[in-house]
Design a protein around this ligand. Structure first.
Ligand SMILES: NC(=O)c1ccc[n+]([C@@H]2O[C@H](COP(=O)([O-])OP(=O)(O)OC[C@H]3O[C@@H](n4cnc5c(N)ncnc54)[C@H](O)[C@@H]3O)[C@@H](O)[C@H]2O)c1
Length: 305
């Protein structure tokens, strides 16, 4: 019986734990060979280890094909090597899932520039670097006309980036930028057959366990095959597997949140309400009347009903 991703080769970054582990297991279940990347850091990005090995062992124990990579997604050299390793080991590359992530939450007046830079480095630079090297690879194949490229990039954004979250000015900025990266690279890559989408997942992981009020982390493999948990870290993994498949060629440039048993298509910035028109040059001293409308009162945090 043919499976959704038979013959495909995928890279999943940050797949040693949590949501990334769920994606790697799901892609392998549908027939993909998986390069399981993980730097093996703590949740705040410190340290390193061989956490990818546990996910590789789970995949191979279940009859799948996987290889470990311990690189840093923020490193130009490591990300290039990841693409090279996938192609050298498995002969091709079809799917990149940019999932690796850390948090360093603090209100903006307490956050250090280092907290900002490291979170941006892992989430945003990491997603850009992987996209950059995968795009170079796929473009060279398209130019040699070795057949249609059906490349797939699935980025990872978050509610924090899409609607804001207190204490996460670094993380939310990176996650919002990842939505922008998705929109632009989907435009740039579609003509060579590559789709780029972003998912906003949810789940009880080491990362969510840092937020007060969230339950302890569970790893996706701790749940039985048919066991449903609304905050299973692998809850969004079937959507990632489908977006990675040939069936999804018509879906690109989308931001899709997968929360509990719901799939939401996010809408981006739009010109929602025209608040004024007609002046060729606005007079700052008269704009107070334009902005006196109640719309702004209902939108300001703290003034919201
Ligand atoms: N957990 C949630 O509810 C939630 C919600 C929205 C978005 N996300 C996003 O999902 C993704 C996965 O998070 P998670 O909750 O599974 O956390 P997690 O801590 O369980 O997994 C993240 C993995 O990324 C790895 N990693 C960190 N820095 C890396 C680097 N520089 N290079 C390679 N690997 C690195 C870590 O070692 C870890 O294994 C993140 O992008 C996160 O922002 C999570």
């Amino acid at each position: 019986m043919s499976r959704l991703l038979d013959g495909k080769v995928a890279i999943v970054t940050g797949a040693g734990h949590g949501i990334g582990r769920g994606h790697a297991l799901e892609l392998a279940k549908h027939g993909a060979s998986v390069l399981v990347n993980d730097l093996g850091t703590e949740v705040d990005g410190t340290g390193s280890g061989r956490d990818a090995d546990a996910t590789v062992a789970l995949i191979t124990d279940r009859g799948g094909v996987a290889v470990a990579n311990y690189g840093d997604v923020g490193s130009e050299r490591d990300t290039k090597e990841m693409v090279d390793q996938a192609v050298e080991t498995f002969g091709r590359l079809d799917i990149v899932v940019n999932n690796a992530g850390i948090v360093r939450d603090r209100v903006v007046w307490k956050m250090t520039p280092e907290d900002f830079d490291l979170v941006m480095r892992v989430h945003l630079r990491g997603s850009w670097l992987m996209t950059h090297f995968a795009a170079i690879h796929w473009r060279s194949i398209a130019q040699k006309a070795e057949g249609p490229v059906r490349g797939r990039i699935v980025n990872t954004t978050s509610g924090a980036g899409l609607v804001g979250n207190f204490g996460q000015s670094n993380y939310a900025t990176a996650k919002a930028a990842i939505a922008g990266l998705t929109l632009t690279t989907s435009l740039e890559l579609y003509s060579i057959g590559v789709t780029v989408n972003a998912i906003g997942p949810g789940g009880l992981t080491r990362l969510s366990a840092t937020i007060p009020g969230f339950d302890a982390a569970i790893e996706p493999d701790e749940l039985g095959d048919d066991e449903y948990h609304p905050l299973d870290p692998a809850g969004s993994s079937p959507v990632v597997a489908w977006l990675a498949s040939d069936e999804a060629q018509h879906v690109t440039g989308q931001v899709i949140r997968v929360l509990r048993d719901r799939i939401y298509l996010m809408e981006g910035w739009t010109e929602a309400v025209e608040v004024a028109s007609g002046e060729r040059r606005w007079d700052a001293t008269k704009l107070g009347t334009v902005f006196a409308t109640d719309i702004f009162k209902t939108r300001a945090p703290g003034l919201r009903a």
